[in-house]
Design a protein around this ligand. Structure first.
Ligand SMILES: Nc1ncnc2c1ncn2[C@@H]1O[C@H](COP(=O)(O)OP(=O)(O)OP(=O)(O)O)[C@@H](O)[C@H]1O
Ligand SMILES: [Mg+2]
Length: 367
C-alpha cells in the first residue's frame, strides 16, 4: 500500500536548490513529519510527492509505482493546505461530498461517505454552513474531511494548523493524527513547529537548506541529535565552546572558556580540537552556593522567568558564558536574581560536536 520512497530527488528553481539530493522512505500507515525552518524546501518536497511539480533528478515511488510521470489526479493523494482552501460558494456538505461525486460514486455512496467524514471531524451539525460562516479551526476540519472523503490512502498536509490560534492548533493536531490512524492512512505533515512535530509524529525528518539532516522518532532526535542544528532545532540547547584538553577511553575533557573543565562522552573528537558542547536547559541541575563535583560550574542568576510549569533561569557562569537552565517549578528550589549558584550536568546528557566551519551562529541560523 502507500509507502512513499524518494531516491536522490533534487529540485532547482534557477540557482536555488530547493530540494537537494533527498532520499527518504516513509512507511505505509506512518505519520511522518517534515520539519524545518522557513524556506528550507518543505513545501517543495510535498509538491514533488503530490506531482504538482516534477523533480530535476531522482525518482519518486508511491507504493511500487514510479510516479515521476503520473499526474497529480492519478496519484490517489489527499492534500490539505495551510491556507483555507475550501470552495467558498459551497457549504460544508457540498465541499466534503465534492470528491466522491467527481469520482462518479452513486449518490447514496457519496452521501454515506459525507456523513461519515463529517461525524469524524465532529462538524455534522454544521453541514449547511458556508466557509465564511465557520471559524478557522472548523474550516481546516472540513478541509481534512474533504481530503478524507476523496478516499485517498496518502494524506499530504502542508502546515495545516499554521493559521490557527494555539489552543485550536493543539487540539486539532491530535485529532488529525487520530483520524489518520483510525483510517490507516499514510500521512506526511509539513511544519516548522518542532513541538507540533514532536507531539504527533511516528518519525520526523529534520530539513535544512534543501537537505535532510536526520530522520528519527521524536525520542531519537531529542536524545541523540547528530548535528548542532538538530540539537538546536529540536528541544533547544545551550552551546558551550571549548577545546579538547584530553581524551581517555570513551570520555573527553573539554576546556571551556576561562579554563573551566568539564567531561563529556567522546564522539570521535581529538585532543586539541575545537568543539561545541550542547547541553539542554532541562539537563542542568542547579544548587545554591558554590558546589563541588564533576561537571559543576559556578555562576550567578542573571534573570528569572516564572513560566508556570517551569522556571527559566539565565545563569552567568564564572567564565562569563551565559546558559539557560529550566527546572520544574513544583519540585525544585527557587532562586532569585543575584544569587550564587552551581549548575551541573551528567556527561552522558550532553552532546559533543566539532566546531562548525561556518561558525556557530551561522550553523544554528533558522533563516
Ligand atoms: N515556484 C518557485 N519559484 C522559484 N523559487 C521557488 C519556488 N518555490 C519555492 N521556491 C524557493 O525554494 C526554496 C524552498 O521553498 P519552500 O516553499 O519549499 O520552503 P518551505 O520550507 O515550505 O518554507 P515555509 O516554511 O516558509 O513555507 C525557497 O528559497 C523558495 O524561495
Ligand atoms: Mg512551505
Amino acid at each position: 500500500m502507500p509507502d512513499v520512497r524518494l531516491v536522490n530527488v533534487t529540485k532547482r528553481f534557477g540557482k536555488i536548490v530547493a530540494v537537494d539530493n533527498v532520499s527518504l522512505h516513509i512507511s505505509d500507515k506512518e505519520y511522518f513529519s517534515i520539519l524545518g525552518p522557513s524556506g528550507c524546501g518543505k513545501t517543495t518536497l510535498l509538491r514533488l510527492i503530490a506531482g504538482l511539480i516534477q523533480p530535476d533528478e531522482g525518482e519518486i515511488y508511491i507504493g511500487d509505482r514510479l510516479v515521476n510521470d503520473v499526474p497529480p489526479e492519478d496519484r490517489d493523494i489527499g492534500f490539505v493546505f495551510q491556507t483555507f482552501a475550501l470552495f467558498p460558494h459551497m457549504n460544508a456538505w457540498e465541499n466534503v461530498t465534492y470528491g466522491p461525486r467527481v469520482k462518479g460514486f452513486d449518490v447514496r455512496k457519496a452521501e454515506r461517505i459525507g456523513h461519515e467524514v463529517l461525524e469524524m471531524v465532529k462538524l455534522h451539525e454544521r453541514l449547511d454552513a458556508f466557509p465564511n460562516e465557520l471559524s478557522g479551526g472548523m474550516m481546516q476540519r472540513i478541509a481534512v474531511a474533504r481530503a478524507l472523503a476523496a478516499g485517498a490512502k496518502l494524506l499530504l498536509l502542508d502546515e495545516p494548523l499554521g493559521h490557527l490560534d494555539a489552543k485550536v492548533r493543539n487540539e486539532l493536531r491530535y485529532e488529525i493524527r487520530r483520524m489518520t490512524k483510525d483510517l490507516e492512512l499514510t500521512a506526511i505533515h509539513v511544519t516548522h513547529d518542532q513541538s507540533e512535530a514532536m507531539a504527533i509524529s511516528d518519525r520526523i525528518a529534520v530539513m535544512k537548506k534543501g537537505k535532510i539532516l536526520q530522520v528519527g522518532t521524536p525520542q531519537e532526535l531529542y536524545m541523540n541529535p547528530q548535528s548542532i542544528f538538530v540539537a538546536h532545532f529540536i528541544g533547544g540547547s545551550n552551546f558551550l565552546e571549548g577545546f579538547i584538553a584530553e581524551t581517555k577511553d570513551k570520555m573527553a575533557v573539554v576546556e571551556l572558556r576561562g579554563e573551566v573543565k568539564v567531561q563529556a562522552v567522546n564522539k570521535g573528537v581529538n585532543k586539541g580540537e575545537r568543539v561545541v558542547l550542547a547541553v539542554r536547559p532541562e539537563t542542568f541541575t542547579i544548587k545554591k552556593g558554590r558546589g563541588k563535583g564533576e561537571n559543576s560550574i559556578f555562576g550567578v542568576i542573571e534573570r528569572v522567568a516564572f513560566e508556570g510549569t517551569n522556571i527559566r533561569y539565565e545563569v552567568r557562569l564564572e567564565n562569563q558564558d551565559l546558559v539557560v537552565v529550566v527546572t520544574p517549578s513544583l519540585i525544585c528550589e527557587w532562586f532569585n536574581i543575584g544569587e550564587n549558584v552551581t549548575v551541573s550536568f551528567q556527561p552522558e546528557n550532553a552532546h559533543l560536536f566539532v566546531y562548525p566551519e561556518v561558525g556557530l551562529r551561522e550553523e544554528t541560523a533558522v533563516e
